[in-house]
Design a protein around this ligand. Sequence first.
Ligand code: ATP
Ligand code: ZN
Length: 301
Amino acid sequence: MAELLSQLLDAGLLFRSGVDGIYGRSAIFDNVIEAVNAAATRVGASENAEVFRFPPAMPRDRLVRSGYLGSFPQLLGTIHCFCGNESAHRRMLQCVDDGQEWATQQDVTDLLLTPAACYALYPVVAERGTLPAGGGIYDVHSWCFRHEPSLDPARMQCFRLREYVRIGSTDQVLEFRQAWLDRAQGFITEIGLPFEIDVANDPFFGRAGRLMADSQREQKLKYELLVPVSRDDKPTACMSFNYHMDHFGTPWGIKQADGSVAISGCIGFGLERLALALFRHHGLDPAGWPSSVRTSLRLDT
Ligand code: ATP
Ligand code: ZN
């Protein structure tokens, strides 16, 4: 695990920050991310999805309404800022001088760090009113934050997530997810990565979370496309395929054209993990990757 990280750091593809899971990226690494992101556009072109690009921060109340706090409090990062006067400023600097915690002098804001790209979408769709008859298909991208420091380079605290989201009827969502399971396998085969598809669960918090995770698996709400990245014995989820049922439609009051509550699902490309998988399997220098892979990712154009 740490071995792949050392290789990436030694090759100058990633740069240390001093905190596990937070890295700078080199031009070569970022070019691969952009190539994978562009490939995700080509793979999804037939969806004619509406494009949304979101910033890495979002309003706190929106994530709370989506139920995130109940399920994943351990991953969430809230944004605090200095809002005080000059004497409060002096107190804060004093803390720095004394080697004490200065962040206690900051106030919580109405923002937090986006944990997954699609959370920013549901309120936007809800505000527009009832969905059209065919429902909606959306293409979203965001930098994401999850507080899960690790030496595994595939478990970063800040990473980019590209998603396609379907909102409509159960049939529309399940058909969409199946089409993406097929498309994704074609794409991953084309870029020369070994993979398997498996049922999965999200890392729900606490004892009640165990039950939620079991039920998620039982109902096959989440599939992952796994590729060996940092470890051979435990492949890493590089893409996920999620069926939310009415988990977002109900709290946001999103309605289908017939007035019933909207159902949703999303599929995600973990851009950093896919890039890492490419480096791991084809080598640390993209110039030496098999020509079929370079062609598929349009790295030569
Ligand atoms: P894991 O089980 O490995 O924690 P997840 O099931 O929580 O992942 P999702 O919530 O489905 O992941 O996120 C969608 C995609 O985002 C994942 O398939 C993965 O490719 C990517 N991803 C998730 N967490 C991270 C992370 N810490 N660092 C880099 N990419 C990540
Ligand atoms: Zn999503």
